[in-house]
Write a protein that binds this ligand. Structure first.
Ligand code: PEP
Length: 263
């Protein structure tokens, strides 16, 4: 269902007022995890003030260690809803459990399937049924073909509002957190009619690389970027090392705007 030949003009995925796949570069930004009201609203203000089209923030966090911060869960979703009301921007958040999909979909504008769940087929079917737009992150041990096949689970439920997200894969290279597969961005655009997002933050894991990698993603044809921004990255409860400071986020947004203007 996702093959490019079936829809040569591509698909536009609408998350709130954002139209991903319309030819522009859409930035969704916010903290990796929702931590508290003050942090979420401050990050949301930064995202909004610099021109993001949507807010990101994890309420349910899929952590490698069970002893790490697991997210505020339902309370985090309420804070995201408050951030939406505060900024007017739609919210995108991860859902981990098929049993939570209906309730998360009542609050969130877009549902994120994390890399660790890309092949959780029950979850994919459930988000497909929800009818909500879905951001499907590529598993870090999965091929492009497997990613496209995972998207079919959502499409098969009659939900064509799917964004494919390249967020880096595991390779022998450990200088960056993961290796961003930039060719996958162009390849998925060729093979699928679905829009493609890139998450430079989770892929490189190094703030100073987020800007050049974002520019590369734009040049490769990405329709959207997913960027971690935090007012105090050193105090973040999750993945603080990769989050951009507000000023660096502002500078990135300025450069992306110049790129869009062809300057
Ligand atoms: C995230 O975006 O919050 C996240 C956990 O990313 P990934 O699933 O790509 O690791």
């Amino acid at each position: 269902l996702g093959r490019r030949e079936l829809r040569p003009g591509g698909t536009i995925v609408r998350i709130g007022d954002a139209a991903v796949g319309d030819g522009s570069l859409n930035v969704f930004a916010g903290p990796c995890a929702v931590e508290n009201q003050q942090q979420m609203l401050a990050c949301a203000d930064i995202a909004a003030n610099y021109g993001s089209v949507g807010l990101r923030g994890g309420a349910f966090k899929p952590r490698t260690s069970p002893y790490s911060f697991q997210g505020l869960k339902w309370a985090g979703l309420e804070l995201l809803a408050e951030a939406r009301q505060h900024t007017g921007l739609p919210i995108l958040t991860e859902v981990l459990d098929p049993r939570h999909v209906e309730r998360v979909a009542e609050i969130a504008d877009g549902l994120q399937i994390g890399a660790r769940n890309m092949q959780n087929f029950e979850l994919l079917t459930e988000v497909g049924r929800s009818g909500r737009p879905v951001v499907l992150k590529r598993g870090f041990g999965c091929t492009v073909d497997e990613t496209l096949a995972a998207a079919e689970y959502v499409l098969a439920q009659g939900n064509d509002q799917v964004i494919l997200c390249e967020r880096g894969i595991r390779t022998f290279e450990h200088a960056t957190r993961f290796t961003l597969d930039i060719s996958a961005v162009a390849l998925m655009k060729q093979r699928s009619h679905l829009p493609v997002m890139v998450d430079p933050s989770h892929s490189v894991g190094i703030p100073s690389l987020v800007e050049p990698v974002s520019m590369a993603a734009a040049a490769a044809g990405a329709d959207a970027l997913l960027i971690d921004v935090h007012t105090a990255p050193e105090q973040a409860l999750c993945d603080g090392k990769q989050a951009l400071l507000p000023t660096d986020f502002g500078s990135l947004m300025g450069k992306l705007e110049l790129l869009a203007m062809g300057l």
